[in-house]
Design a protein around this ligand. Structure first.
Ligand code: NAG
Length: 335
């Protein structure tokens, strides 16, 4: 069948699902969530890949080939997976080489319970991935959101020669004067029950939903259900998420970006939702003061989940930044 026909059919099916079926049910069942992601991957023409070395697997997808432009590596946040970037990819040119990897323990990347998931340990793991795939043959543009932003910042500090540009989207790991409401409630939810209980979000659906709504500026039904879909996918791995959360919020990891941001040399772009209730947007000032070559973008009508709430705007900002710092041809001409 013609690809255009296939796409049209998929779009119609999605429309029917999202307008009639989904709104009738309280829960977006896991199977529909998976189907939607499968369709999105198909629509974005990404290639699903994995690499196995030393008994460890990294799962990732990519699009385009390394060429005149630098590659982009994208790191997602806590408790989601590489699929959160699919809406961003919609606004990138098809030939731009983009790699989205499942973070350690997330998605289909190996999940070892006994391994450390501090920011530093994760940055080391990501460096393994970069070496194994040869992504660092040339310096690349590193993008990270939330937990992935903290890891990306540390990576840029630890491996300066590999990163030609850095984009931090509402990264974790900074010192705020007060703990956000979100974190206090997340902690309560995660530790209020027996950790072997497989529900990541509270039994009390309302509480869980309220927590998800704190992540969004506009907690529309579809967006809230999407976030729930990611969480539902991970219910069986609650023990891992508790461990991971404890590691990234441990004393040695919690402010790791803050304590290392002065070592970041790459030109840096800082993007934050003005209405972020998970990490306060005042983080922009903390970073901009410490990183000499940096620029700040505050997004209006945007909460914590930038990739979900403002995919087009954030993609355009990423691309603009990429084009000014990562164009090989331009660099050669300048040399
Ligand atoms: C993980 O692998 C399964 C089986 O191949 C696949 O259906 C699923 O989409 C993958 N999930 C992610 C996040 O890559």
């Amino acid at each position: 069948m013609d690809l255009v026909v296939v796409k049209t059919i998929i779009r119609i099916v999605l429309d029917i699902l999202s307008t009639s079926f989904i709104t009738k049910y309280d829960n977006l069942p896991s199977i529909i969530f998976r189907f939607m992601m499968w369709c999105k991957r198909l629509n974005r023409h990404v290639t699903m890949e994995h690499i196995d070395r030393e008994g460890y697997r990294f799962s990732y997808f990519s699009r385009g080939k390394p060429g005149s432009q630098r590659s982009i590596l994208m790191l997602h946040g806590f408790s989601v997976n590489k699929d959160v970037w699919l809406d961003t990819l919609k606004h990138f040119p098809q030939d731009l080489h983009v790699v989205c990897v499942d973070m350690p323990g997330h998605g289909n990347t190996t999940r070892f319970l006994q391994e450390s998931y501090t920011a530093a340990a994760q940055a080391k793991r990501i460096h393994q991935f970069v070496e194994w795939t040869g992504l660092n043959k040339n310096p690349f543009h590193l993008v990270g959101m939330s937990m992935g932003g903290m890891v990306a910042g540390l990576y840029a500090a630890d491996y300066p020669s590999e990163v030609c540009a850095l984009s931090l989207l509402c990264p974790a790991g900074l010192r705020y004067p007060t703990e956000s409401e979100f974190f206090m409630r997340l902690k309560e939810l995660m530790f209020s029950k027996d950790p072997s209980d497989s529900t990541l979000v509270s039994v009390n659906e309302k509480e869980g939903e309220k927590l998800l709504q704190l992540c969004l500026y506009d907690p529309s039904f579809v967006k809230t259900q999407l976030l729930k879909g990611y969480l539902d996918d991970q219910r069986p791995h609650k023990m891992f998420f508790v461990n991971c959360f404890l590691d990234i919020s441990s004393a040695q990891s919690r402010y790791n970006l803050h304590d290392n941001m002065r070592r970041i040399q790459a030109p840096t772009q800082i993007i934050w939702g003005r209405h972020d209730k998970v990490f306060d947007p005042s983080g922009t000032d903390i970073l901009a003061t410490a990183i000499p070559n940096s620029q700040v973008h505050l997004l209006e009508k945007c909460g914590h989940f930038i990739a979900l709430e403002r995919p087009r705007k954030s993609a355009h900002l990423l691309l603009e930044f990429h084009n000014s710092f990562c164009d090989n041809t331009r660099n050669e001409k300048a040399a």
